[in-house]
Design a protein around this ligand. Structure first.
Ligand code: IDP
Ligand code: MG
Length: 150
């Protein structure tokens, strides 16, 4: 079982798309093991996006991500990191395939609704940035058997 960090970005909250987007992940078979509505500080945005420091879009990205509340989700499931990235679609809404979250709900480059960890190392690092260990919950669901790897 993999775990990944998903952020529903400020545009998702502002556009009242929190429910429809979480539904995409749940419907696929991912389990919500942590969830927070929160405001990201400048410091947290800088740490989270440190790989992008120096890029032309960096300042705008930090400004966007700190502009209003986000929903942080910790999701668990078989191949969760890869599966979530596929559900999200390409980075820019205008490029993202229809049927994906970014492909169905947005057309902007930067305002692209969701963040998802892109590797196991990133997932572990990002989950620790957004969640205390006590706020991640392992629990059985009645349909776990149908979402198992085997
Ligand atoms: P990802 O979110 O698909 O992993 P990254 O390349 O890691 O994409 O970029 C992080 C975020 O930075 C994107 O989700 C998007 O919000 C923003 N971003 C990336 N490239 C651009 C750009 O060229 N213009 C504006 N915003 C960008
Ligand atoms: Mg990325």
């Amino acid at each position: 079982m993999d775990r990944t960090l998903i952020l529903l970005k400020p545009d998702a909250v502002q556009r009242r798309l929190v429910g429809p987007i979480i539904e995409r992940f749940e419907r696929k078979g991912l389990k919500v093991i942590g969830m927070r509505l929160m405001k990201i500080s400048d410091q947290l945005a800088a740490t989270h996006y440190e790989a992008h420091q120096g890029k032309p879009f960096y300042a705008g990205l930090v400004q966007f991500m700190t502009s209003g509340p986000v929903v942080a989700l910790a999701l668990e499931g078989n191949q969760a990191i890869t599966v979530c990235r596929k559900l999200m679609g390409e980075t820019f809404g205008c490029d993202a395939t229809a049927g994906t979250i970014r492909g169905d709900f947005g057309i902007s480059n930067g305002f692209n609704l969701v963040h998802g960890s892109d590797s196991p190392e990133a997932a572990q690092r990002e989950l620790e940035l957004f969640f205390e260990a006590d706020d991640l919950h392992s629990y059985p669901l009645v349909d776990d058997c149908w979402n198992a790897a085997e």
